[in-house]
Design a protein around this ligand. Sequence first.
Ligand code: F6R
Length: 333
Amino acid sequence: MGLAEQCLQAYAQARRLTLPARYRQAKRVLVAGMGGSAIGGDLLQDMAHFQGATRAVFTWRDYGLPAWVDAETLVIASSYSGDTEETLSAFDAALKRGAPVVALTSGGELKRRAQAKGLPTIDITYKGEPRTSLGYSFLAPLALLADLGFLHCTEAEVEQAVCLLEGLASRYGEVVPEETNEAKALARKLWGKVPIVYSAGLLTGVARRWKTDFNENAKTWAFAEALPELDHNAVNAYARPVVARESAFVLLLRSSFLSPRLLLRYEATAAILKREGVAHEAVDAPGDGPLAHILGMVYLGSWASYYLALLCGVDPSPVPAIAYLKERLAQGA
Ligand code: F6R
């Protein structure tokens, strides 16, 4: 199943979920998850900020929960496997606080615990690596939050974004040669470099997603930073050490929905990168509409990281270091 189809399925599934009446009183939302299951929370947060939402949306990547989570905080516990210990710890803490909880999972302990408590659960039916279930980790909570009035998202917007993804599949796919394939061309430029992904506002979570896709698919170092903050520190550091300056490739992810001041910062920052001799390139979000910009950019980053994995001669799917850590932690040693 491609990302487009998965997004539609996840959105429709979440729309069918009936939430208990008290969930509708929630004053804020916290998405608890790790890695590929947390990124949807960041994308939602960016959408909420972009739309000027008056009720806050947070992402939480840690054990337990922040002290302010209470019975009026909707907690979405997101774990593809359902066995991620940090997310289970957040889930348990949410129940102790009397928070309304929704589970988003394909199974494991999270599903068992949610079912035992009779909690609303969105079943991830998509099969694959956790990070590839982004259609679920983003579109399912998006449908819930739109239903609860936290943010706006119409079916037409979802369809428009999905339509874009379908079109992009035939632009970035394997049969398309490098000369006309933006994802392959990007991967080629990044080969042997350290991708450093810059972004702002609506695309902040997308940059993190690019970073994590480079880490997990291509098994390469990568970092992400956001404007305007990076203009107050990172821009000062490009010269040293020389090995870092020569290894870095800065990707400036841009969206036409960013404010003119931010877009001016992209230009000014690129001018400094040029002056300092740091390889860089601006990447513009494809499609129309904020949701399309987020999803289209996520998609391009995933394909680019996939092609980079192939260039590096690594298998993009397994993540042995993550598996080792989970096993080691499970043994308690
Ligand atoms: C692996 C991946 C990881 C996992 C993370 C949490 O594909 O993306 O970042 O998402 O280790 O595991 P889950 O998603 O099962 O809660």
